[in-house]
Design a protein around this ligand. Sequence first.
Ligand SMILES: [Zn+2]
Length: 395
Amino acid sequence: MSTIQATGSHVGPSVPVLPDGLALKYVAEGAANVIWRISFPDRQLTPPPTVIEESSGPTPPPSEVDIGTDIGIHTGKENGSTKTNGADATATATTTDYSNLLLRLRKCLPSSESNLLAYEYLSSVIMPLFPPGVMVGQELAKLPPKLVERANDTLHHLEKSGVRPAHRQHLYLAGDSRPSEQQMEEGYAFLLEDMTPNTSIGEFLLEFKAKWLVQSPNAPNDWKRCRTCALRLRKYSKSIKKGKHAEWRGICPFDLASDDQKRAKNAVRWILQHPRCENEKLVNRVTAALMGCPQLSILKDLQASLDPKGILGADHKSKEFLTAMTLRDCTFYVKVSPTDVQARLGDFDVKSGEAGKSEYWIETERELINEGWYAGTEEGDYPWKAEGLEVVCRV
Ligand SMILES: [Zn+2]
C-alpha cells in the first residue's frame, strides 16, 4: 500500500511576501541556487553586501529556529500551510526575525524547476513523510519587486572584484525583469533554517549522504556488499582505469544504521574524517547522537517500503519509486556543538527517470550484479583483495 498521499497544492495566497528593504549578504552558492543572509538594515548592524563570509561550499546549515508565528518554517507534518493571511502578509512579514533564516534564490538554469513547483513537491510528497524537526526547515516566500535585481547587482559586483568563484560566474538569478539581465521568471524564494555553525564557540557542521540504508531488492541472494559499498568499489575501478585518483573505502550505510555501536562508530569515523576521527570522545558523542536520532530509522523504513521491487523491477514513473530514489540521495546536516548534536535532513531533489536517467539506473544496477560487485567476485587486482581489507557488509 502506498505510504505517500498526494495532498495537493499547499501554495496559495497565504504565502508571505518578503519585505522590500531586506539587506542581503552573499553566503554561498551551488550550481542552481545562491544563499543569502538577510536582515533589516535599520534594525541590525549588517555588513555591506559585498562582504563574503564564504565564497563557496555547501548550502549553509540550519539551527533550531525560534521564529515568529508569521512565517512558519516547516520541518514536518505541518505540511506547508503558512499562518500568515494573504491580505496583510507584507505587513506581518516585516515583524519576522530573520536572524535564524537564510534566503535561497534560484539561478537562471533552464534545467532547474521553479521554486513554486519545488515547494509543491516538498510540501505534498516529502514533508508528510517526516515528523517535525527531522528536515531542515524550509518555507516558500514571495519575492518583492526589486530584491532579485539588488541580488544580481551584488553578484555582478562580486564577480568584478574577483570574489565570486570562477566556475560560478556568468550565471545570475531568475526573476530579474531588466532587459539587460538573463531572463527567467521566478516569483518565489525559499527561506531556510540556518544551520551555520558558530565556529567561535567550537561548533562545526558535518554533511554526508546516508545513501542506501537497505539492500537493493535486485542484489543477488549471495551478496557480500551493500549497494553503496558495491557502487563505490565499481566507481573506484573505473576511475583508476582512467588514471584518476579515487577512494575505495568509505561509509557503509548498513554500519551507520546498525544497532551495533562498534559498527556505527566505524561509519561515524568516516563522517568525522581526520583529525576529528581520532578524538574518541567526539566519535562516541556523535555516534550516540546518530544512533538515537529518528532520521536513520525513518529513512531506512521508507526506502524499504517505497521501493520493494528495486530499480530493475519498479515502475520508474511511480511516485513511490521516485521518492525512494530521492530519499537515497538526501543529505544529513549534523551540527556538532561542544554540548549538543543536532541532525537535519535536506536536499530532497525531485528525481525523474527522464533524460536517460532511467536507463542509467538500470545499466548501473545490471553492472553491479553481472560484474560481481555485490557478490564480491569482480575481476581485477584491487587493494581490497588483500587479506584483512575485504569489503564485506552486514545487515
Ligand atoms: Zn556497505
